[in-house]
Design a protein around this ligand. Structure first.
Ligand code: CTP
Length: 237
């Protein structure tokens, strides 16, 4: 039987099965009451990771972004536990609530780098007749880096989607800057694509790759989940 991960502050890990927290999909940052800035993330990689963890009988909580229809996640007791978010601020709040009750975080969500600054008195709907519109953007905090400040023995894993020519350098820089235990480096072309050509970079300079690559996102997730569980176990003894 699958074991859904429990909400924040509740049960300890069940046996040696790490509890996974997986994020998937884009963020939508409101411009006004009817429009948003989003990105092209399909959410498929994160969904496949949640599915693979669930099928391995690991407790899993999925934080799922807007506009992602999920074939795997429903409301039945045998489905992974899914919680929806829209904005980066909502995702940050859900992460901070959930992370203490999990052991392994896989951050596949495509979080906005910038969001519109909304000021008091802004119209609820910007109208065409008002002429050209300027939208000021502010940087979004780095959610993953922020989680490293929370005392927690767990394993934090990020994604880096980078132009192929600078994949390794940029992904390794993010691995260090975000204080991660591993990062999945993917060429930029992966976004919204059916297949993935990813590898897992570790802080000691080593890397792991799936047995055949490129491969489907499902096959990548089936390889990734047990690989991350082994890394988590070897870190935490
Ligand atoms: N991420 C995050 N918070 C952000 C942006 C990204 O937690 N505001 C996470 C993503 O979920 C991903 C990892 O950080 O796991 C790398 O995301 P990426 O967009 O590649 O990195 P950035 O920090 O945005 O760096 P850059 O703008 O230089 O690409």
């Amino acid at each position: 039987m699958p074991h859904p991960a429990t909400p924040a502050g509740s049960d300890p890990p069940v046996g040696d099965r790490p509890r996974l927290l997986v994020t998937a999909g884009p963020t939508w940052e409101p411009v006004d009451e009817v429009r948003f800035l989003g990105n092209r993330s399909s959410g498929r990689m994160g969904l496949e990771i949640a599915r693979a963890a669930h099928e391995s009988d690991l407790p899993v909580t999925l934080l799922l972004g807007p506009g992602v229809a999920d074939p795997h996640v429903g409301t039945g007791p045998s489905e992974p536990h899914a919680i929806r978010f829209q904005t980066a601020a909502e995702l940050d709040a859900r992460l901070r609530e959930c992370w203490p009750a999990h052991d392994l975080l896989v951050m596949a969500a495509a979080v906005a780098d910038h969001r519109p600054i909304r000021r008091p008195g802004d119209p609820p709907k910007r109208r065409r007749r008002d002429g050209p519109v300027t939208i000021d953007l502010e940087p979004v905090p780095d959610l993953l880096a922020g989680l490293a400040d929370i005392p927690h023995p767990g394993t934090r894993v990020g994604f880096a989607l980078e132009p192929a020519g600078e994949l390794e350098t940029s992904a390794r820089e993010k691995l260090g800057r975000k204080r991660l235990h591993a990062i999945i480096a993917n060429p930029l072309e992966t976004m919204d694509a059916a297949d993935v050509d990813g590898r897992l970079l570790l802080p000691d300079g080593h890397e792991r790759r799936p047995p055949s690559s490129p491969c489907s996102k499902a096959a990548f997730a089936d390889w990734l989940v047990p690989t991350l569980v082994r890394i988590h176990r070897s870190r935490t003894g």
